[in-house]
Design a protein around this ligand. Structure first.
Ligand SMILES: Nc1nc2c(ncn2[C@@H]2O[C@H](COP(=O)(O)OP(=O)(O)OP(=O)(O)O)[C@@H](O)[C@H]2O)c(=O)[nH]1
Ligand SMILES: [Mg+2]
Length: 212
């Protein structure tokens, strides 16, 4: 068939097809996955860190598919972050779109677990996500993780001891904990430093070719 001959009335004999063995590698969605309960501020954070402009709203399940954003290192290199839709209790058994969302998390190297510091039970919120990661398996619970207590601009410091909360979270998770505000950008630089450090450590050493 061609432009001139649009309805060919003849055909060439078919040839045997090819059989190939292919090794396909699953591509990473992003280096860093921003995870947490719905409404923790994940989309707000990616919009503060990158040029991504996802929908942000004061109700759960605003984000239904991952939003990607490129965050620049001081060296100018870009690193892709993914704002993953909020997880809920039971996600590992399919609650919400849990399985789909956890599958996205699987395709990231480092997890940035965002927790709403204005919640009435920060430790419970942390545990809810931790348990879903464990229940899903596939090494998600063992993936390098950093925790960030978000919305500290809205915390009443008279009644909430942020330092004590951060320490408790650190003891629970064995992970570094940062106190941040995605809205006012407080603490974001310090947190990014930690993320760059973790990613640098994960880099596979370059193979050196030896000539003899
Ligand atoms: N005061 C304050 N509010 C924040 C901060 N970060 C996010 N918010 C608010 O929290 C609400 C939820 O923010 P989103 O960024 O949509 O939260 P999300 O985690 O992406 O939510 P889902 O997509 O539903 O999982 C919005 O009203 C934001 O303005 C913060 O640092 N400080
Ligand atoms: Mg969102």
């Amino acid at each position: 068939m061609s432009n001139r001959n649009r309805a060919p009335e003849y055909a060439l004999p078919g040839l045997p097809g090819e059989i190939k063995q292919l090794r396909l590698e699953l591509k990473l969605l992003a280096e860093v996955g921003i995870i947490g309960l719905p409404n923790a501020g994940k989309s707000t954070l990616i919009s503060s860190l990158s040029a991504a402009r996802p929908k942000i709203a004061d109700y759960p399940f605003t984000t239904l598919i991952p939003n990607l954003g490129v965050v620049r290192k001081p060296t100018g290199d870009g690193t892709v972050f993914a704002d993953i839709p909020g997880l809920i209790e039971g996600a590992a058994h399919g609650a919400g779109l849990g399985h789909d969302f956890l599958r996205h998390i699987e395709r990231t190297r480092v997890l940035l677990h965002l927790i709403d510091a204005t919640s009435d039970n920060v430790l419970r919120d942390y545990n809810t996500i931790k348990e879903e990661l464990q229940a899903y398996g596939r090494g998600l619970a063992e993936r390098p993780q950093i925790l960030a207590l978000n919305k500290i601009d809205a915390v009443d410091r008279e009644t909430v001891d942020l330092e004590a909360l951060a320490t408790q979270l650190n003891h629970l998770s064995y992970s570094p904990v940062f106190v941040i505000s995605a809205v006012t950008r407080t603490g974001l630089e310090t947190m990014l430093q930690e993320i760059w450090g973790i990613l640098d450590q994960m880099k596979v050493p370059q193979e050196v070719e030896v000539f003899s």
